[in-house]
Design a binder for this molecule. Structure first.
Ligand code: SF4
Ligand code: F3S
Length: 103
C-alpha cells in the first residue's frame, strides 16, 4: 500500500503536468508518488481504473508510463484541487495505491 507518510519519508522532486512528484523517480521502473492531497503511488498502481470511473469530480486522468513493470498507464490525480474527500477512490483501488488526506 501507499505510504501515507510520504510527505516526510520521500523527497519532492518537482512537478509534472502541475502534479507534485515524490521520488525516487528512475524511469521506466520507478515512477514515484504523484499528487499531495490526492496521492497515487505510481509504482503500485496497476491501471485497474476504478478510481477514474468512480471519482464523482473526475480528479484522475490516464498518463502513459511505457515500460513500467506493473502497468503502462497510471491514474494521475491531475485535478486534485477538485477533490471533495468522499474517499471512494481509496476504497475501490484494489492495491491501495491512493492516499487522500482530508486534513
Ligand atoms: Fe475523487 Fe473522492 Fe477520491 Fe477525492 S476522495 S479523488 S473526490 S474519489
Ligand atoms: Fe491505479 Fe488503483 Fe486507480 S490500481 S488506476 S490507482 S483504482
Amino acid at each position: 500500500a501507499i505510504d501515507s507518510n510520504f510527505e516526510q519519508s520521500r523527497e519532492g522532486v518537482g512537478e509534472e503536468d502541475g502534479v507534485a512528484v515524490w521520488g525516487p523517480v528512475e524511469p521506466p521502473e520507478k515512477q514515484g508518488i504523484r499528487g499531495t492531497h490526492v496521492a497515487v503511488d505510481f509504482d503500485i498502481c496497476l491501471a485497474d481504473g476504478a478510481c477514474l470511473e468512480d471519482c464523482p469530480v473526475d480528479v484522475f486522468e490516464w498518463v502513459d508510463t511505457p515500460g513500467h513493470p506493473e502497468s503502462e498507464r497510471k491514474a494521475n490525480p491531475i485535478d486534485e484541487d477538485q477533490c471533495i474527500d468522499c474517499m471512494l477512490c481509496v476504497d475501490v483501488c484494489p492495491v491501495d495505491a491512493i492516499d487522500v488526506d482530508p486534513g
